[in-house]
Design a binder for this molecule. Sequence first.
Ligand code: PMP
Length: 441
Amino acid sequence: MSHVFPRHCHATLPTAVGGEGCYLIDQDGKRYFDGSGGAAVSCLGHSNPRVTEAIKAQADRLAFAHTGFFTSEPAEALADLLVANAPGDLDRVYFVSGGSEAVEAAIKLARQYHVERGEPERRHLIARRQSYHGNTLGALSAGGNALRRAQFAPILVEMSHIAPCYEYAERAADETPEAYGQRVANELEAEILRLGPNSVMAFIAEPVVGATLGAVPAVPGYFKRVREICDQYGVLLILDEVMCGMGRTGTLFAHEAEGISPDIVCIAKGLGAGYQPIGAMLCTDAIYRTLADGSGLFQHGHTYLGHPMATAAGLAVVQELLERDLVSQVKARGEYLAKALAARFGDHPHVGDLRGRGLFRGVEIVADRDTKRPFDPAFGVAGKIKKAAFAEGLICYPMPGTRDGKHGDHILLAPPFIATEAELDQLVAMLGRAVEAIPRV
Ligand code: PMP
């Protein structure tokens, strides 16, 4: 009997014993192409020697020093590198151990910032439906994924949820993408006015929605309008780039494509690339100064903040991304993958939409392509594709649709940035065979 408590309690999982480039290897020597990088984590693939050497060297030198007493060389160097490459005025970096922690820190920083500015009445956070911000209670409260929230709803913090920007499913037929973007962005203003303009502390959104919608970018102009509204009402803009950041969409920070500057950004997965658990929250100097010149203490923290081995891994990851210009490679390979997916699935009766940016791609599975009608959620089509793909030797990330049957299932693809064109062809071929395993309805 295994004493590990697996998330899927009845699953019999293979044991991962090795990783090489884009592949994971199980106990029987079977190789799996990591087509989703786990969950958009393994951007450098597996066994990157620079990163593993950096971790070993840091372990030999200094494994841990509590941030209540010390800073550390890798944390300082990684913060410098992130700030030097971050757009806008994101000048301060707070290191945590993962995405949920980064979101919790962002929410609490937004609150403390307003308190220290003398506006303690600002307490509401507005988020979007069909978003995911993590599984800790604060982050889960912010997230709008009905399935993940359902049984915990009575113990969540009350937060507002407005519409996501989900063009495929929600733009009206007679609406231009621009008009649609303005309409859904304006829901933010309406909600701020409903709550009381001086009572809202922040708005949080994923620039490209990952785990609930499957690589959905906003339409042009949406985030510009969101920024305007936030500025008008003194509301902080928090962008959750835990999944879509760190080069995944073809720019180091996903919001670079939107031409806006957020107040706070959360990053995680690609920052450690799976080599160490690490996340970070970046904020403007203005926010930092408000605390620094006020109480002088961010009233928040965890034991493993800025862990030297995690920040050493993050430093090596970001150095690899920058020095090998892997972010440009993501753009080129992303276009290649998009074309290959369009060629394979462009007229497939059960593929309703192909979307995404860079090496962050979503495949929406529908029962009827003309009406966009999803499969019955009870059929679990994404789970079936995941299983068939896994048998083929492909790891892809399945996402169930909403239980109201309004939005269908998706498959998320987020292969390592080092994947070759031939490997991406292989990914598409394996996914194609897995999708063919769905009975035509
Ligand atoms: N935000 C987003 C956008 C995510 O995709 C995730 C993880 N899927 C999280 C937050 C939570 O990150 P973690 O699982 O590292 O806590």
